[in-house]
Structures are given as C-alpha cells and as structure tokens.
Design a protein around this ligand. Sequence first.
Ligand code: 5GP
Length: 324
Amino acid sequence: QDFIKCLPKAEVHAHLNGCIPLKCLQDLAKDYLANNPTTAADEVQRGLAVLETGVVLTEISDFFGLFPAIYAVTSTPTAVKKAAHAVLSSFLSGSPAQCQYIELRTTPRKTPHMTAREYFTTVLDVLETFQGRAALILSIDRRMSIEDVKTYVQMAKDFKQAGRAIVGVDLCGDPLTGDMKEFAPILSSVHDAGLKLTLHIAETPQNDEEDTLMLLSARPDRLGHATFLTPAAQAIVLRNQIPVEICLTSNLLCKTVSTLQDHHVTNFLSHKHPVVICTDDTLPFRNSLFEEYALLLAAPPLGLGLSGAEVERIAHVGMQATFR
Ligand code: 5GP
C-alpha cells in the first residue's frame, strides 16, 4: 500500500461531474432542494439515493442515466465552484495525495443560471488555484449538435490563446451517438491551436470499425478505453504509440469487460504499449487511483499480479503521457 501511495502518478481520465465526492454531492443536493422544492426534486432525490446505495449497471447505457440528477445540483456557478474544488482536492490533497498532477475533463454546459462559457470559466478559475498541479480538458459530447461542437472547440482554442490552464479536448458521451465523419475534422483542428486531443474510442462492441477509423483520422494524442479495437484499428494505435487511458473498475462495472484477467490492458502491456491508469468517475464507481494501481499489483484473481517494477514503470509512463 505504501509503495502505491508513494509512487508519483498522474490522473488524466477523470470527469468532473463523475468525480464529485459523495459528501459534497449530498450538500449540493440539500442546497438545491431547499431552493427548488418542486423542480426536479424527485429526480434529484432518486439519483442521490442510487449513488448513496451503490450503483449497479446492467450495461454501459444505464450509466448515462445517472447524470441528470448530478447536473440538476451543479447548475449554478456557486455549486460548480464547490464541486470543482471538492473534486480537485480529492485528487490533490492529503498526504500522500492520490496523484501529483491531474488533467480533469468536463463538458461545457449551459443552464438557466449560467452560459457554457461561464461554466467553463468557473471551473478554470478554481483549477488554476491548484497552481500547475492541474489542467483542464474540454469534453465534447457525442450527443452535441455539430453547431455546438464547433462552438465549444472554438471556445477551447480561445481559452488556450488567452493563456488559461487548458491543455486539450476530449470526446465523450454515449458511444453510440453522433456522426464521427462530421466530428473528426473539427476535433482534429484543435492541434492547430496547440491543444492535444483525447478520444473515448471503441468503448462498446457496437462501435463499428468505420466509427473507430474515422476517430483515428483526427490524429488523437491519447485514447480513452479503446476496449474493442478491430485488428486494423489496433495496428494504427500500436504503430503510432498512442497512449491508452485505462479505467479498470469503470470497465468492469459498466460490463464492457467481464473479468480483470480478460481486460484489454493485458494485451497493450504484452505489446509494451503506453497505458495510463485512471479512475474515470469516482462518484458512481467508488474507486480511487490508489485502488486502481492496487488492482495491477494484487495477485489474481483479485488483481493482475504485476511486479512492483512493472507497476512503477506504468506510473512513470503515465507521467510522460500528460498533455503538459
Ligand atoms: P462532465 O463532463 O459533465 O464533467 O462529466 C460527466 C460526463 O462525462 C457524462 O455526462 C458523460 O458524457 C461523460 N462520461 C463520463 N464517464 C464516461 C465514460 O466512461 N464513457 C463516456 N463515453 N463518457 C463518459
């Protein structure tokens, strides 16, 4: 345990609204329900109850149903500020902290109380108080209209040009939505502004090769999950040495991987391919970066039984794969 805690680590695949500590979410829900006794109150109470009891998912699509309740309670700048601070503190505070450096990602969101730009600025303002230990990735959701994709990619470029702590753009959201032929050229354009690109890719067996190859054509600098790469897609990923963000607990709970021993990380490791160990969404998955690394080290069937030296190497690769 001490070995894992002391290992220098980077977290590069964590979604802000998926990583709000439960206690913070409970406080935000209390504030929300006091101010909005009728609007979406049932949804908030139901969502909170599920997160408090522990999430059981039948398939990955169930996962996205958790977010409307979370979004309801993080719909004002004050709530976003509290949530962002709690998330970043959960990763960066404590001795030792879960990680030395985090690239947190979040999707710009407009609500009746703020514009998407205000949302993103609020998160950036909080994140920059962590002084070089945190950077932001702007997430594009596959469910967005193409107009919104263009607007938010431009927003990422504007923030970068203004010298704010943004390092990249991500593609996330329901993996079976959106036309990637339309998205790919817009996503690829972030490179011209000095931003890096990471894409959730081949997350489900239903993501066909056309979708995956189209995303690879955008020249991503890292990939999220990459669970169901076809041989042709895998050849591109291996040849270009594109680091893969690996979220063990997330994949097991979303049932895209059946056991740890069957996890695609073993395939990447056998090719000596760069991987980064990440948490994804600590709120529903109740995991931590320490626990994710412990899964690498623990003997099978609980873990992958990797040696200390191999785990140390993986943590080092993770630090090298950041967008700084
Ligand atoms: P936010 O971007 O609002 O801070 O974080 C929550 C959002 O991240 C969710 O609404 C969802 O779009 C995205 N997200 C979180 N975890 C996953 C995941 O495992 N896969 C995909 N495709 N999207 C995710």
